[in-house]
Design a protein around this ligand. Structure first.
Ligand code: CDP
Ligand code: MG
Length: 681
């Protein structure tokens, strides 16, 4: 039997905070949706909860240099506040930057705001994400990923182009947002000291826990956009669930049999593969449920889903048909979906985890925090009262961490440290982080950079080497930058650039699960026992040979848009190479050179086959396995390098390349002298 409904989470308000009380849209009345032709866009803007607070809000924002704005997802913070500032003439002397942790969000928000302002994207409203800059000299409102603003800060530490920086989705606490907090705070102070135009900093968040933000930004006032949350009944499972996917499936069909078809279901899961698998199962089962149950449309939602398919979740389902959305944590706050009456929360999320002792960063499926669980539940009460089924017991919930640990405290900091040093931060070990990473993690990052030759330690100081400086010019992880910089030695820079680009954009391969056999048949001709990098390279070469022919892409299950992007990205990386005077040439069919170069750049991610047929990651001696998606899955190569580790039921290596152990030894003799036990001796 379901438990008593849970008390709502205690809301913490800071004394002296400013409140704007907002009326929510009436229950049952759907909020305006994108592309809703019946409601003009001006009317849609006025219907947003934030609209009523506009005069008070502007009054405050005009006076304040720092402000924290809290408001529920969908209240209109991100799309409206930049426009309000612009319309009121605040910060007109420069640009307003609005940062987003997610690339898709930056692009779609810029599109929406341009539409609301009735201008072409790239004019007044633009966006900059990695490898894509859609702005012009007219641009005043610039949506960008937090990573991009960070890169801009390397060339312009005072951020002089901007008069306002809006750090949005601050509650997500991505590593880039966290570093930006420090960079922006410093820029603000320095501009004051140097009598430059002041920089206004607005931090926006969807969750209540903001004491830390306020404290960090000179005790800045918190402006609450208080929306009315409809009551949500929370149910826990009676017993612990050993299989949350099975539990989710059962819950979906239980609701499907009992609830009216207009009540949509949102299920929080961890990633693309399990979402696609459950979607398939749901579609199969829904064909066989008893009559009178109505039909269901099952829609996946995850960051790497092509944009057209992402948009489908926002469209209403056909009449008497239930919408079931299977989503990653992207639906927690980044996007707003109307019609949700039921939330099913598996309590799991895929996130980075880092062990500074071992130096290993893995993507792992793990428990959410209480704050995340509340955020998920909240998605059910946006338009009227709703229900949240938690697939864990109340006791388990009590043991969840109260807040999500910021990413900066659980990721490999090598890239961040390199950027901070390139920013000219004098003492990276003591950077003013809002939440400090552990000293071990910082030390481990510095060791990592030292192994790559990017830094050297001299008299207790950590200094950027000339190589490190070059590495920081690439908007890439240090190991990719290093690999590119090494490639001229192996006469294969063209190939390495292609591979790095292929790995940097969203997946270029399209794998519809229902057509598994066709996919395999089409892909066979590109597969090579040299591994996934070389297979991708073969596909890319074939793509270029047919000049990106759309029909060819369809036949070969290649995502033509993302492949097209690879070409653009390559052109940009090539420009950086030319500025650094790197020799660009192709090694033609000498693919061993390419693998050798990869081995030299990525030696920290090497694994060795053991006598019993298992693999050990050489850096940490952690047992690892080849991911089933790899072309080497059936093979047993003695030595490989891998791109990333994914921890689900086991620790999987994804994207592998076959390498020769001598190359690894060549790359870092001293390091491998310690790590390598050659099984072949
Ligand atoms: O930032 P916050 O979550 O407070 O809201 P927002 O992103 O400004 O979104 C306000 C409303 O704008 C949403 O409820 C959608 O109706 C609409 N919107 C949209 O149609 N398309 C987008 N890409 C973003 C928002
Ligand atoms: Mg927002």
């Amino acid at each position: 039997m379901p438990h008593e409904p849970d008390p709502p989470p205690a809301k913490k308000f800071k004394p002296g905070s400013v409140f704007f009380r907002l009326e929510r849209n009436k229950p049952g009345m759907l909020l305006p949706k994108k592309g809703n032709v019946s409601t003009p866009i001006e009317v849609q803007r006025k219907q947003l909860p934030i609209y009523q607070a506009k005069p008070h809000l502007l009054n405050q924002l005009r006076q304040l240099q720092n402000a924290i704005i809290i408001g529920e997802t969908g209240s209109g913070k991100t799309t409206q506040i930049p426009q309000y500032l612009y319309e009121a003439g605040i910060g007109r002397l420069g640009m307003v930057a609005i940062t987003q942790p997610r690339r898709v969000a930056a692009i779609s928000l810029a599109g929406r705001v341009a539409e609301e302002k009735r201008t072409q994207i790239g004019k007044l409203v633009g966006y900059t994400v990695r490898f894509e800059d859609v702005t012009s000299s007219e641009t005043k409102l610039k949506f960008m990923t937090d990573g991009m603003l960070l890169r801009e800060a390397i060339g312009d530490p005072l951020l002089l182009k901007y008069t306002v920086v809006v750090l949005d989705e601050a509650h997500e606490r991505t590593v880039h947002t966290d570093v930006l907090f420090g960079v922006v705070k410093t820029a603000q102070r320095r501009r004051r000291e140097l009598n430059k135009i002041p920089l206004k900093v607005i931090v926006m968040s969807a969750t209540m826990d903001v004491d830390l933000f306020s404290e960090y930004f000179n005790k800045s006032p918190v402006l609450y956009l208080e929306g009315r949350q409809h009551p949500i009944q929370i149910f826990y499972t009676k017993h612990q669930q050993s299989d949350y996917l099975q539990a989710a499936l059962v819950s979906i069909f239980q609701i499907h049999q009992e609830a009216p078809p207009a009540h949509d279901i949102l299920v929080f899961m961890t990633g693309q593969e399990e979402i696609e698998a459950l979607a398939r199962t749901c579609r199969d089962i829904s064909k066989h449920v008893p009559d009178g149950c109505g039909s269901m449309v099952v829609l996946p939602l995850y960051a790497s889903l092509p944009p057209v398919q992402q948009l489908r979740v926002f469209q209403p389902a056909p009449k008497s048909c239930r919408k079931v959305i299977l989503s990653t944590n992207i639906a927690e706050t980044s996007v707003t979906i109307s019609g949700i009456k039921y939330v099913i929360d598996t309590g799991m999320v895929k996130a980075k985890r880092f062990n500074p002792d071992s130096g290993l960063e893995v993507l792992a499926v793990q428990r959410v925090s209480k704050a995340q669980a509340w955020q998920r539940a909240g998605r059910a009460g946006r338009e009227e009262s709703g229900f949240c089924y938690r697939l864990y017991t109340e006791q388990e919930f009590d043991n969840f961490l109260p807040m999500t640990v910021p990413e900066i405290q659980r990721c490999n900091l090598a890239g961040v440290m390199l950027q901070l040093m390139a920013l000219g931060i004098p003492d990276v070990m003591n950077f003013d982080f809002m939440s400090k990473p552990s000293p071990e993690a910082v030390r481990s990052a510095v060791d990592h950079l030292e192994l790559l030759g990017a830094v050297e330690k001299r008299e207790g100081q950590v200094l950027l080497t000339p190589l490190g400086k070059k590495m920081a010019s690439f908007p890439l992880e240090p190991r990719y930058a290093k690999t590119i910089l090494l490639s001229p030695e192996y006469s294969c820079s063209e190939e390495i650039l292609s591979i790095v680009c292929l790995l940097s954009v969203d997946t270029v391969l399209y794998n519809p699960p229902a057509r598994r056999d066709d996919v395999l048949a089409a892909r066979k001709k590109f597969m090579t026992s040299e591994g996934d990098h070389m297979t991708l390279l073969n596909i890319y070469r074939a793509f270029k040979k047919v000049s990106g022919n759309k029909e060819w892409c369809r036949e070969n299950f290649v995502n033509s848009r993302n492949m097209g992007l690879v070409k653009d990205v390559q052109a940009q990386l090539r420009d950086i190479c030319l500025k650094l005077n790197l020799k660009l040439e192709s090694c033609g069919s000498d693919t061993a050179s390419v693998r050798r170069c990869l081995a030299h750049g990525m030696f920290l991610n090497a694994a060795e086959l053991q006598l019993d047929g298992s693999y050990l990651a050489l850096d940490t001696h952690q047992p690892v396995t080849i991911h089933p998606s790899s072309v080497l899955f059936q093979a047993k190569p003695a030595y490989v390098i891998f791109n990333e580790l994914l921890h689900t039921s086991r620790c999987y290596m994804r994207d592998l390349c076959l390498v020769d152990p001598d190359w690894l030894l060549e790359a870092a003799p001293e390091y491998f002298g310690r790590k390598l036990h050659l099984t072949r001796t």
